[in-house]
Design a protein around this ligand. Structure first.
Ligand SMILES: Nc1ncnc2c1ncn2[C@@H]1O[C@H](COP(=O)(O)OP(=O)(O)OP(=O)(O)O)[C@@H](O)[C@H]1O
Ligand SMILES: [Zn+2]
Length: 398
């Protein structure tokens, strides 16, 4: 006997009539629960389609608040919720209730951590990883293994994306089977550093919802596959067949030594520490012999602009968006490959800037390695983000 209401038949009619879907699949969706961790670029489209398709219970976990820079791709949020600084989990729920008021939403404005992960995620049939950092990816994978539920994982950066279902069925691999050790710090870049196209997160997030619906409705073929998406290639999709679960995997293998150790694991440390956050106000101390605040750069320019040369190491496309007057653009890779070539001019101090204050440190070190004592080389803490916060509010933030 169907537990669909008359309204359900009307609402889901277009998928109910699909051959191979029908009433049985719709009922499975109605009785199913999915928790989506991250209500950002991937989580928003995923949640949107899961709610619209009638997944009976959706959990939303995100600790962050909505900002204007999210609206380019995080399609459940809007200008009002950004201006209010509303938590993303609430903002997403607000939009989802307008799409489908018949489903249950569990809103968790919380950061998923080893101490709360089991509690927040247990009781759901499936987990969606829509986050953007390695520690959370490992944590989610370990919890999915511990709870015995599939994990649909997405990632997007620049023009590229990835999609994979972990822990599927009896022998589907987990994230650790594929990546037993975390990538090294330098290899990991975030969307805020490297940029991302909204349609790319939209594509991957939508595919995450599709995988989830297939699994819940019993339509998934069950073969573990890694799907790679590259928006600038034609065709844009490639898929790689994955091996079954690794017997030696620390999490899901036979003697998995990590089993039962989630709460005791420092995932951030294991992944090489937190990404430094130089959302500077200009007040960060730093090593005074090597680093200065944006305000100190402003003062130096006021005092004697002829003695301050500014090298901006951002990529050309970013320099084209906005730049400090009098600065020279030398993208980081060019500078690092031949630093001596850029030690020209008569200024006594060379200031190195970038967007957030990370690349400028690498560039300043490269310049110091070839410079003599006559020139001081300083990088600007917090980069141009700090310049617009602490010195010139009319300078664009992007
Ligand atoms: N451990 C975690 N617990 C809860 N939410 C998380 C966790 N790690 C990441 N997230 C959330 O995952 C989402 C990732 O989405 P996305 O990268 O599109 O957003 P963003 O971090 O706001 O972007 P940007 O880097 O441009 O500021 C974010 O909303 C972030 O708050
Ligand atoms: Zn494994």
């Amino acid at each position: 006997m169907s537990d669909l209401t008359l309204g359900d038949y009307q609402r889901y009619g277009r998928q109910l009539i699909l051959d191979g879907f029908g009433l049985p699949a719709q009922q499975k969706l109605k009785n199913a629960s999915v928790v989506v961790v991250g209500a950002g670029g991937l989580g928003c489209p995923a949640l949107q389609y899961l709610a619209a398709a009638g997944v009976g219970r959706l959990g939303i976990v995100d600790h962050d608040v909505v900002e204007v820079s999210n609206l380019q791709r995080q399609v459940l949020h809007n200008e009002n919720t950004a201006n209010m600084g509303m938590p993303k989990a609430e903002s997403a729920a607000l939009a989802l209730r307008k799409i489908n008021s018949t489903i249950q939403l569990d809103v968790h404005t919380a950061q998923l951590e080893p101490s709360n992960a089991r509690l927040l995620l247990e009781g759901y049939d499936l987990i969606l990883d829509c986050t953007d950092n390695a520690p959370t990816r490992y944590l989610l994978s370990d919890v999915a293994v511990a709870l015995g539920v599939p994990l649909v994982s997405g990632a997007a950066l620049g023009f590229d994306g990835q999609l994979c279902v972990y822990n599927l069925g009896v022998d589907g691999p987990c994230y650790r089977c594929l990546f037993p050790v975390p990538p090294t710090g330098g290899a990991v870049r975030s969307c805020s550093e490297a940029g991302v196209l909204g349609v790319v997160t939209g594509t991957i997030g939508t595919l995450q919802a599709l995988e989830a619906i297939k699994i819940l409705a019993g339509l998934h073929e069950g073969r573990p596959t890694l799907l790679l998406f590259s928006a600038l290639s034609m065709p844009p999709f490639r898929s790689i067949k994955l091996r079954a679960r690794s017997k030696t995997c620390a999490a899901c293998g036979q003697d998995g030594e990590r089993k039962g150790t989630i709460e005791e694991t420092d995932y951030v440390q294991w992944c090489g520490g937190a990404t430094p956050d130089f959302e500077a106000t200009g007040l960060v101390a730093g090593d005074a012999s090597k680093r200065v605040s944006a305000m100190a750069l402003r003062d130096a320019l006021k005092q004697d602009p002829t003695q301050a040369r500014i090298i901006d190491v951002r990529p050309r496309v970013e320099y084209g968006i906005c730049s400090l007057p009098g600065s020279t653009n030398v993208p980081l890779n060019e500078l690092v490959s031949s630093p001596a070539q850029h030690l020209t001019g008569s200024a006594s101090t060379l200031y190195v800037v970038c967007r957030l204050g990370n690349d400028s440190q690498i560039a300043a070190d490269a310049l110091r390695s070839v410079a003599d004592q006559s020139v001081r080389i300083l990088d600007v803490i917090g980069g141009l983000r700090s310049w617009s916060k602490a010195v010139d509010p009319t300078f664009p933030v992007y």
